[in-house]
Design a protein around this ligand. Structure first.
Ligand code: EPU
Length: 434
């Protein structure tokens, strides 16, 4: 199993280009299922384990997928199979994004329930509620969502839940609604840039959608969608992770091919913490001094502070000159990184959905274990600034969402090496482990 060996304390310097957004690419690939004719060509598709998982799901569902570098071409060759099996869906929750397109186009779907997740409960009741509102009959049987509809019809629905809007839920229902005759109104739609882009892609494919980017989406059903060529937006979370890494190491990094408008809240919080930030039309420069004023944040749906940046920001706050409170309002259990930060000398106390972070002067490298993609990113950010060596284990989590992260950090001056950890040495001391 791969691990990263990181020698911290080196300021990152230089420039780095951001890759396409994973969470836009995945539902867009699923949107290929909606096409009646032509090919969907997606540009700037990142090279990630999650993208490979989605390719397998789509191939199973009769989609031909060709990849050349960062360009992907998708074409529907058979509509016979409507089943996305557990073996594939359990590898990646986002495969649930095929549910809406299957119901919308093939009028039937059998998609495994995604199951548990290390960041907390992740129900899909709102996805199912939205599809039912469009006229699908939906049941959960033997671990599968079984949905079918002789015909769909536009309808009005409220898609908010106890934690606000749902990103993939909105995308799923939207993808089903574009081919449903009549008018659909989705209230409390998610406004994340990735959701907006899925809607824009659908419009390019022939759909009629008003209110893109607002919490009310109005869809006028059309009969057919066709292929098109579409550029994927930059990954704002990848960009934010580089921003945090630049700031915590006291570096000076220009993050390029990014949309600064997608990162207003993260930029604001980093500025409040004391990082110097300049922005241009498609770049962000972050200059850090390595120590920070404490800033309390609460994660919220877009344009609020993204939950996917919570662990990386917490890494920064472990070096704050005082106390900050970080509250999770999307996934109240998303704190598995807290004890791992503790292994690096951070002083953090959990209080329900909040973490109280008492800043410390220095983190020290240690063997740590990643529990999910963003926890891994947070630990990576901390390790880059820590004194001594960190062995970051389970980097397969990082490979799910960050394309060639070690090479790109190395190019910025980080000391980071991928090592193959022998099973028996996983929990042994750092020196013996590699
Ligand atoms: N929720 C419900 N019912 C539902 C759906 C969601 O109660 O039917 C709740 C969730 O439990 C959560 C909140 O609503 O408390 C928001 O969840 P959401 O549905 O928006 O999350 P998601 O669509 O499953 C996407 C991203 C996540 C990101 C969240 C929040 C993709 C593929 N995944 O997940 O990304 O954390 O939105 O922004 O778009 C990641 O990239 O590391 C990642 C986890």
């Amino acid at each position: 199993m791969d691990a990263f060996l990181i020698e911290g304390g080196r300021p990152l310097r230089g420039s780095v280009e951001v890759r396409g957004a994973k969470n836009a690419a995945l539902p867009m690939m699923a949107a290929a299922l909606l096409m009646d004719e032509g090919k969907l060509v997606l540009r700037r598709v990142p090279n990630l384990a999650d993208i490979k998982s989605m390719v397998l799901v789509l191939q199973q569902l009769g989609v031909r997928v060709d990849r050349r570098g960062h360009e992907m071409t998708l074409q529907v060759v058979s509509e016979k199979n409507c089943r996305a099996p557990y073996e594939l869906v359990s590898k990646m929750r986002a495969s649930v994004c095929v549910l809406g397109p299957l119901v919308g186009k093939r009028r039937q779907a059998e998609v495994s329930m995604p199951g548990g997740c290390s960041i907390g409960d992740r129900p899909i009741d709102l996805h199912l509620k939205g599809l039912a509102a469009l006229g699908a009959s939906v049941a959960v049987e033997r671990g599968y969502v079984i949905a079918s509809a002789r015909r769909l019809a536009g309808n009005s629905m409220y898609l908010g839940g106890p934690f606000g809007s749902t990103v993939t839920g909105t995308e799923n229902v939207l993808m089903a609604a574009v081919l449903a005759p009549g008018t659909t109104v989705i209230e409390c739609a998610a406004c994340e840039p990735e959701v907006q882009e899925v809607a824009r892609l659908l419009v390019r494919m022939g759909a009629r959608i008003d209110g893109i980017g607002s919490p009310r989406l109005t869809v006028h059903g059309v009969r057919k969608l066709r292929g098109c060529t579409f550029d994927i937006i930059p990954d704002r979370i990848e960009a934010g992770t580089f921003m945090a890494a630049a700031a915590i190491t006291g570096g000076d990094v220009s993050i390029e091919r990014v949309d600064p408008g997608h990162l207003m809240c993260v930029t604001e919080c980093l500025k409040q913490a004391g990082a110097h930030i300049e922005t241009g039309p498609d770049w962000i420069r972050v200059i850090g001094n390595g120590m920070f004023r404490p800033v309390s944040v609460a994660t919220l749906p877009y344009p609020g502070f993204p939950t996917d940046m919570q662990a990386q920001f917490m890494a920064l706050m472990t070096r704050g000159e005082g106390i900050s409170i970080i509250t999770e309002r999307i996934y109240p259990e998303r704190f598995h990184h807290v004890p791992e930060f503790g292994r690096m000398g951070a002083n953090i106390r959990r209080e329900g959905p909040s973490a109280i972070v008492i800043g410390t002067k220095e983190l020290s490298g240690a063997p740590v274990m990643a529990s999910d993609l963003r926890a891994a990113a947070g630990l990576l950010v901390a390790a880059l600034a820590a004194r001594g060596e960190t062995l970051l284990q389970r980097v397969y989590h990082l490979d799910r969402g960050y394309d060639q992260i070690e090479q790109r950090l190395e190019a910025l001056g980080a000391r980071i090496r991928r090592v193959d950890l022998k099973p028996e040495s996983r929990s042994s001391p750092l020196r013996e482990a590699v």
